[in-house]
Design a protein around this ligand. Sequence first.
Ligand code: C2E
Ligand code: MG
Ligand code: MG
Ligand code: MG
Length: 287
Amino acid sequence: RAKGAGGANFQFYEPGMQLSASRTLQLENALRWALERHELELHYQPQIELSTGRVTGCEALLRWTHPQLGSVAPSEFMPIAEASGLILPIGEWVLRTAVAQNKAWQQAGLAPVVMAVNVSAVQFRQTQFPALVRLVLEEAGLEPGWLELELTESVVSADPEAAIRIMKQLDSLGLQLSVDDFGTGYSSLSYLKRFPIDKLKIDQSFVRDLGSDPDSALIVSGVIAMARALGLRTTAEGVETAEQAAMLAHEGSDEVQGYWYARPMPAEQYERWLQDYLATTRAPGIV
Ligand code: C2E
Ligand code: MG
Ligand code: MG
Ligand code: MG
């Protein structure tokens, strides 16, 4: 276990720790090459409006398949990408790819949807970020209203006033802003009122426990009521069962997203799913 290396200068040594430290290093090194080796891919998960059953949006989610290590989860590589700064080129690639894909779908005649892209706090803090977003939209020729940036509460907490300034710059481009994983961070409700945001995404932890934990149900209905009062839309994340969907419809969530409707899928599979979905008659709200 903890082996003394002499004097007060001893080190901890545990096989498990060693392994995970070297895996982190291995992943960081591999991630440096992931872009140019075409190991990154976006998957798309539809978002459905409960009142109409329409697909109104989709979220782009990053996937990494390493030739030896196989698929690595975002929960494992995103922290590494952020700590190493690799999130900057990777995040830019995500933004370009998602925006170009949305434009391509529109040009192919698919019913337009809002493309939601996750933005890390590290990207958001770059002073040139709003200019980059504007450039990417211009280059692709996508109407800004068809892009949504998902920000987490962590973006805001460090320096709320600076965050509000950047959000206002982004808002002035004409795109949509949402707060992801809402309810898990520490953003003060008084700031929420000052953010130029359009939507709250209710964190999947509350949705998961909807049927079993009365507190989660209370939180969900509270968030929806508050969003309404502030003129914001809500999307419930992680909807896995018909029961959860029915409860969310009852509470008045505007949109839903989750395995119950569709998993995140590669572009071609998303297109097939969409055709299938449109071909099937469904009653609004019940899918
Ligand atoms: P997120 O933005 O909150 O994305 C939702 C996560 O929930 C995704 O996990 C999605 O695959 C998963 N999910 C969707 N429906 C369900 C469901 O019904 N049940 C369950 N259990 N999970 C569901 P994923 O793709 O593993 O991504 C995890 C997180 O990694 C994301 O959470 C986001 O914070 C981050 N991430 C993913 N792609 C990107 C990216 O391109 N840029 C940045 N900055 N972060 C990303
Ligand atoms: Mg998200
Ligand atoms: Mg706006
Ligand atoms: Mg989320």
